[in-house]
Design a protein around this ligand. Structure first.
Ligand code: F6P
Length: 327
């Protein structure tokens, strides 16, 4: 028999991502449409441990669709990694009568959900990270907004690099993956894009590419570097020294995580939030919502955590074709 779902909780955990508020809104309003009550758990898994819970209704999520950050705050909880922490969290779920929890975040958030599920709590994960590095899904909430923020910043940098005929080394986020760097590099027609998935050969990848560009008539150069590759400051120093180039380094950092979500992130949030509530209402548990070729579906959480996501090789091929031609 299907378990009757009366009240669910939502939390955001790990690094924030644009679109988290939009997904909270979607969850609360979808739940309301199905007669399910919703509470917000603040500060990620810490809030479950301490009972930091707020009631959410349609009104409390009004006018947040366009807001960056997360109204529920977020955290990375060390205490939740312990059995004692998990037991406190489960006690909060029981005390508040929560039939299910929706966790919005990355792999760490999903592992937290899995831990909760071992105590009989129904759980569903929604992928949200600007790194777009969650293996089971084509798309993670926040990626589009972060990429657009980075592109806008790099376009501005290009203006000044061009005027001074300089080389710019720009470090973008991405954790250990190069999805964001590759995407942004393609969008800004970078001279060189460095990603952790491809082993770096300084001479071939950087010196030769910049030389070719120079001989093709370029007088300014844009090197986009994923943070997972190493320190941009060191890279800048090395380029300045070995190529005798006036070089400036910019670390875009957390600016990429802020700001109003793009239309894509708002609409994806609406669909993912809707699917997550639907899955819980159907009595399912241990699921992650994912996007595959523009369609939304749910997948087993363990299967999701065991998948491996490589760099988009097609995108990389396009990049290789685009760079190195300077006419
Ligand atoms: O996962 C999102 C992310 O912004 C990564 O790109 C980055 O490596 C990390 O979080 C930074 O985390 P923090 O908020 O702890 O600085």
């Amino acid at each position: 028999m299907e378990k009757c779902v009366r009240r669910i909780g939502i939390l955001t955990s790990g690094g924030d991502a644009p679109g988290m508020n939009a997904v909270i809104r979607s969850v609360v309003r979808t739940a309301a449409s199905k007669g399910i009550e919703c509470v917000g758990i603040r500060r990620g898994y810490n809030g479950l441990i301490t009972g930091d819970i707020v009631r959410l209704d349609s009104d409390s999520v009004s006018r947040i669709i366009n807001k960056g950050g997360t109204m529920l705050y977020t955290a990375r909880s060390d205490e939740f990694m312990t059995e004692a922490g998990q037991k406190k969290a489960v006690a909060t779920c029981k005390m508040c009568g929560l039939d299910g929890i929706i966790g919005v975040g990355g792999d760490g958030t999903f592992r937290g959900l899995l831990a909760l599920s071992k105590y009989g709590i129904s759980v569903v994960g929604i992928p949200a990270t600007i790194d777009n590095d969650i293996s089971c899904t084509d798309y993670c909430l926040g990626y589009d907004t972060a990429a657009n923020t980075a592109v806008e910043a790099i376009d501005r940098l290009r203006d000044t690099m061009q005027s001074h005929e300089r080389c710019s080394v720009v470090e973008v986020m991405g954790h250990r993956a190069g999805h964001l760097a590759l995407y942004v590099g393609l969008a800004t027609s970078a001279t060189v894009v460095l990603v952790p998935e491809k082993e770096l050969d300084f001479e071939d990848d950087i010196v030769e590419s910049i030389r070719k560009a120079r001989l093709g008539g370029k007088t300014h150069f844009m090197v986009i570097m994923a943070e997972g590759v190493g320190k941009a400051t060191k890279m800048g120093e090395r380029i300045a020294e070995e190529l005798a180039l006036d070089t400036r380094v910019t670390i875009l950092g957390h600016i990429q995580r802020g700001g109003s979500p793009s239309a894509r992130d708002r609409v994806t949030a609406a669909s993912m939030g809707y699917e997550a509530v639907k899955v819980l209402a159907e009595g399912k548990t241990n699921r992650v919502i994912r996007s595959v070729s523009g369609k939304f579906e749910d997948i087993d959480i363990v299967e999701a955590l065991n998948m491996k996501k490589g760099l988009d090789e097609e995108q990389y091929e396009v990049l290789e074709a685009m760079t190195g031609i300077y006419v």
